[in-house]
Design a protein around this ligand. Structure first.
Ligand SMILES: Cc1cc2nc3c(=O)[nH]c(=O)nc-3n(C[C@H](O)[C@H](O)[C@H](O)COP(=O)(O)OP(=O)(O)OC[C@H]3O[C@@H](n4cnc5c(N)ncnc54)[C@H](O)[C@@H]3O)c2cc1C
Length: 456
């Protein structure tokens, strides 16, 4: 019997136990679970699960070739997020010999980044979110993992990366950039900006949790009512905090959802106690008589103990730019994930693959699977099926397949309270996107089947 883990929330499907709540009997093999089954915790589909424990019977016998590792130059991967680790996991299924060196500026802990916005709901601090430390990952992947090590330059002619102090250089045969994305920091003045936190990785999350405890925080102001802002609004409400959320646009998730769906999410979060301030910007955070005072461009002032900024992320392109690689919104690659330099690839949040910048888990898994094959000798282009995104607002769950930019067509919306099924079709009737909230998410599988692939 095997086990499969949801890479978005960490929930584990154990074939021995099944998922009786969803009608999946104990003993049901993974391949026999219906394709429209959804993760009971976060609502993503089977494609976002990976095998973590395999039954001995299911294992394919491994044919040992004589080791050629000693003379094989290393594949170097910069980044140990879901993209970096995901790629090396896939590579090791195909190639157990080629030496792999992974370099990360953080501690190399393997964790599911999407779970950072469900930590209070699940009562998990940073330590509890660590799935495996760097040492364990290194053993499992037969890779050398260099932690707390920042790559400062790359010489693509000599195929060398330089780390930290300029003294240490590593030669690569192939180099993979899996550098992630930086948070966008809105311009905010005032004398208390050190109390404005962004949570974009496990170390940020640890700082944030500790600041909440240290400052005996009760009231939090969230800047941004998009995906991360709404997830934190829900999670922190579940953690028992009072929440004010500020966004310059008019409703929740404004860049992803049509207004009715966004307002349904807003209403559900308000029912839980959230207060939204739409159409406004935070301009200053100052120390007040009791905690902090947040000033909005309308002149309004909000009292709180801590501020969370969640206004979006931007692919990390600086290192690639300094190296002379082609960059646009992300590090530019073709469908083989090749950058403009020979033997250098980019995947994950930092990459712009064939014009697409998609800062979600499903695309980086597709990239990792394809690039692993390429690195193992079988050139393989990335394909993207339709990849709807589950937004973790359990008080009103959301599933959205964003409408492509500049698409022609119109929304058709059915609403029953906070349950919305919104579909966007072009003039010929082809479905191009959808937005589902509340009970509406039950339509996900049926609608997903109608969507054209993002990149066939
Ligand atoms: C709170 C939150 C919730 C989310 N929820 C969801 C969700 O529900 N569903 C979904 O699909 N997506 C979600 N996402 C997005 C998803 O988590 C990301 O798309 C994904 O984790 C990105 O992985 P990555 O490996 O590309 O980047 P990262 O995880 O950021 O990894 C980047 C790595 O690069 C290293 N690095 C960078 N520069 C250097 C350097 N110069 N030298 C050495 N190392 C370097 C870093 O140390 C790190 O190891 C969420 C994101 C956040 C922040």
């Amino acid at each position: 019997m095997s086990k499969y883990e949801c890479i978005v929330c960490g929930w584990v499907y154990d074939e021995e136990k099944g998922d009786p709540d969803s009608g999946i009997a104990p003993g049901t093999r993974w391949e026999d679970i219906p394709e429209d089954w959804l993760c009971p915790d976060c609502g993503v589909g089977k494609e976002d699960f990976e095998l973590i424990e395999s039954s001995p019977l299911a294992e394919t016998p491994h044919h040992e070739e004589p080791s050629s590792a000693e003379n094989t130059p290393a594949i170097v991967v910069i980044g140990t997020g879901l993209a970096g680790y995901g790629l090396v996991k896939e590579l090791r299924k195909l190639d157990k010999e080629t030496p792999v060196i992974m370099i990360t500026s953080d501690d190399g802990a393997a964790y599911s980044k999407p779970m950072l916005s469900t930590g209070f709901t699940r009562n998990m601090d940073a330590a509890a979110l660590v799935q495996k430390d760097a040492g364990t990952m290194g053993q499992e992947l037969d890779a050398s993992i260099w932690t707390s090590t920042k790559v400062t330059s790359i010489d693509t002619d000599k195929q060398i990366v330089t780390v930290g102090d300029q003294q240490t250089q590593i030669h690569y045969s192939k180099l993979v950039l899996a550098l992630g994305a930086d948070v966008i920091r809105p311009p905010i003045g005032g004398n208390a900006t050190e109390f404005v936190y962004s949570v974009n990785d496990l170390l940020d999350y640890d700082d944030f949790r500790k600041a909440v405890e240290r400052n005996n925080v009760k009231k939090i102001c969230i800047i941004g009512g998009g995906l991360i802002g709404c997830e934190f609004t829900n999670d922190l409400l579940n953690g028992g905090f009072e929440i004010d959320t500020v966004d310059p646009l008019g409703y929740c998730l404004p860049t992803l959802l049509p207004e009715q769906a966004g307002k349904a999410v807003q209403a559900a979060l308000e029912e839980q106690g959230a207060t939204f301030h739409f159409g406004k910007l935070v301009t200053e955070v100052n120390k007040g008589a009791n905690g902090l005072e947040v000033t909005l461009n309308s002149g309004d002032k909000l009292a709180c103990d801590l501020v969370v900024s969640a206004v979006g992320v931007r692919p990390r392109i600086e290192l690639a730019k300094e190296t002379g690689l082609a960059v646009n919104r992300g590090i530019v690659t073709n469908r083989l994930c090749e950058t403009s330099a020979t033997n250098v690839y980019a995947i994950g949040d930092c990459a712009e693959v064939n014009g697409h910048v998609l800062v979600y888990v499903a695309p980086l898994m597709a990239q990792g699977r394809a690039l692993a094959k390429t690195l193992a000798g079988e050139a393989t282009e990335v394909s993207y099926p339709a990849m709807p995104v589950a937004i973790k607002t359990p008080t009103c769950p959301v599933n959205v397949s964003p409408v492509p930019r500049d698409a022609e067509g119109e929304w058709s919306i059915e609403q029953d309270g906070n349950n919305v099924v919104a579909t966007f079709r072009d003039p010929s009737g082809q479905l191009l996107g959808f937005a589902l909230t509340g009970e509406g998410i039950k339509q996900k599988m049926a609608l997903q089947k109608e969507l054209p692939p993002i990149m066939a």
